[in-house]
Design a protein around this ligand. Structure first.
Ligand SMILES: [Zn+2]
Length: 596
């Protein structure tokens, strides 16, 4: 557990500690996990293992999290490191940024790194200027008139054009280049992807010409690329920015920056193919829509989506490419344990309808109604399979083979077998061979998600649990309590010896005790027990209670000693030694009687 070990690095007085104090773990975790208030803590579905009922808990008071299912736990840094698969320094930076804390100029940062960051900032600035330029072209220029007419024809009024930042790239071939080249060097212009280099002559020219432009923002709202649709019959119809230092198409979902609030609130997202579709749906008042932007959905896009919801309605184009994209996306979404529904829009007359066309012709209400009725993906797939020829055994086999991979991707075994019987029923599969193939697929799953590790369930005595909790919580008398435990060696030989010992040592330092740091010193099973105890319901600790716990331990210590003495006596030692043992026994029995 590397990310665990790094936990204690927020040293006192460091920048990391300052960030940790200002970052609210509930808010940070809430960016990735839907949390519900339960008592004084928050709980949700664990992002580190597959589960149906929440065992993932966050404590706002202690600023720690713990999963009772898989045992992951720690502070806000451990969480972000595990989620983002990053190292400690990156996690500090990320959290600082999210909290709006200025990051001090680090002396360690290499000159190359600094240069790279500057270039990236320049690229973002360049995109902002290109955006202003494109918007102006659409507004003022003669050429922009035709573009405006096209947009009006698509039902986009001025408000929408402004709202989605739609612009126009003129046909000249170097208009944007001329606009930008006074300010940015050629290398940066070429790196931006907005300007391309002529292979033979080495001359620069605009990538987008005679195209309507759509700014593509990352999920924090910075324009990092453009999508562009040909105004005439130029090919390709849609052309996007290439991959650049600030843009990777598999990491960005169009409209995510504006959709995320709605997605979180409504706990589902609508996934469409292109920006025109996303715009049409958003204009219809449905804000929780994102577009995969022509490309089929990538795993990192699904991860991005998964930060806000686990429920998706896929509404791709009804053409063959759209169907293929739908089916590919389904596989990926199912693997990530999303709950998926599919909206396949009915044809309008003899035209196949994408969301944009459908909303234009039938209105937002009609779309919303279909959206609400969108069937689970399995029904969609069965409907697709039923379009195949099912009159022959061969045809049925083809249909089953089409469906099997999806069945196998469902992480939940019960669901898998439920779908298998549903498929058999719908495809009228009486053949035992096909039924057997289906039930086998339902029973085993190649990429089986690792099973939930067994719960710790160790029998730490209530007294030990209480002492652990007091050492962690009791600011007022922690040091005194630690001293008492240490002097009488009271925790030696206990089930929880290692936990108590780590806590006692931390307390004796006189510094505040950080559960995460103590946990980092322990073996996994002890660390898990510590976290479970920290999340138990508990009253304010009092000194009287601490003393009674100490007495209980003293009592137990005496009992153990008594048992030892008794064993030695029974071994029948020589007279002198036996007398000593008998005296010791008397004394221990007096002590135990007095304590009762
Ligand atoms: Zn878990």
């Amino acid at each position: 557990m590397a990310e665990w070990r790094n936990g204690g690095m927020a040293e006192a007085g460091s920048f990391a500690e300052k960030v940790k104090q200002q970052a609210d773990i509930v808010r940070m975790v809430g960016e990735y996990v839907r949390l519900k208030k339960t008592g004084k803590d928050f709980s949700g579905l664990c992002p580190f293992h597959q589960e149906k009922t929440p065992s993932f808990t966050v404590s706002p008071i202690k600023q720690i999290f713990y999963c009772f299912g898989c045992g992951k736990g720690g502070d806000v840094y451990n969480f972000v490191m595990a989620m983002e698969k990053c190292e400690f320094p990156e996690a500090v930076k990320l959290i600082a940024e999210k909290c709006g804390i200025a990051i001090p100029r680090s002396k360690e940062r290499s000159p190359e790194e600094r240069k790279e960051n500057q270039r990236r900032a320049l690229l973002v600035e360049l995109h902002r200027e290109a955006q202003t330029f494109f918007v102006k072209q659409l507004e003022g220029m003669l050429e922009g008139k035709a573009a405006r007419a096209y947009l009006e024809d698509r039902g986009l009024d001025e408000d929408s054009i402004a709202r989605f930042g739609i612009g126009y790239a003129p046909s000249g071939g170097d208009a944007l280049l001329r606009h930008l080249k006074h300010k940015y060097d050629e290398k940066l212009l070429a790196e931006s992807g907005l300007v391309s280099r002529d292979q033979s002559a080495g001359r620069l020219f605009d990538r987008f010409r005679r195209r309507i432009t759509f700014p593509i923002s990352n999920d924090s709202g910075k324009i990092v690329a453009f999508g562009a649709r040909a105004l005439g019959d130029d090919m390709p119809k849609y052309l996007n920015s290439p991959e650049t230092p600030i843009y990777s198409k598999s990491n960005v979902l169009y409209h995510m920056d504006r959709a995320k609030e709605g997605i979180r609130r409504q706990d589902f997202a609508i996934l469409v193919e292109g920006y025109m579709d996303a715009i049409a749906v958003a204009r219809a008042g449905i804000s929780n829509v994102v577009a995969s932007c022509g490309t089929s959905l990538a795993e990192s896009q699904i991860k991005l989506l998964g930060r806000f919801t686990r429920r998706v309605i896929v509404n791709y184009d009804p053409d063959t490419a759209g169907q293929t994209a739908t089916e590919r996306s389904l596989s990926l979404l199912l693997e990530q344990d999303f709950e998926v529904r599919v909206l396949a829009l009915p044809p309008l007359g003899n035209k196949k309808a994408d969301p944009d066309l459908f909303i234009r012709e039938m209105g937002a209400d009609a779309y919303l109604k279909l959206l609400k009725e969108a069937p689970p993906y399995v029904d969609y797939l069965i409907a697709r399979a039923r379009q195949m020829d099912l009159t022959t055994g061969e045809g049925k086999l083809r249909a089953v083979n089409f469906l099997l991979p999806y069945v196998q991707k469902i992480p939940n075994r019960l669901l898998r077998s439920e779908w298998a019987s549903r498929i058999a029923q719908h495809l009228r599969l009486d053949e035992p061979v096909l039924r057997a193939a289906l039930s086998k697929a339902a029973a085993d799953r190649h990429s089986e998600v690792r099973t939930q590790p067994e719960l710790v369930g160790r029998a730490a005595k209530p007294v030990e649990r209480r002492l652990i909790r007091m050492l962690a919580d009791a600011e007022g008398f922690r040091l005194e309590l630690a001293k008492q435990l240490q002097n009488a060696r009271l925790y030696h030989g206990l089930e929880t010896e290692k936990i108590l010992s780590a806590l006692v040592i931390a307390s004796l330092s006189g510094q505040p005790v950080e559960a995460t740091e103590v946990g980092a010193l322990l073996e996994d099973r002890d660390r898990r027990l510590l976290f479970e105890i920290l999340f138990e319901e508990a009253n304010e600790p009092t000194w009287e209670e601490a003393m009674s716990c100490i007495e209980a331990l003293q009592h137990r210590q005496a009992e153990r000693e008594l048992a030892d003495v008794q064993r030695s006596i029974e071994a029948n030692p020589p007279g002198q030694e036996l007398r000593g043992l008998l005296e010791k026994k008397q004394e221990l029995m007096r002590r135990l009687a007095a304590a009762r």
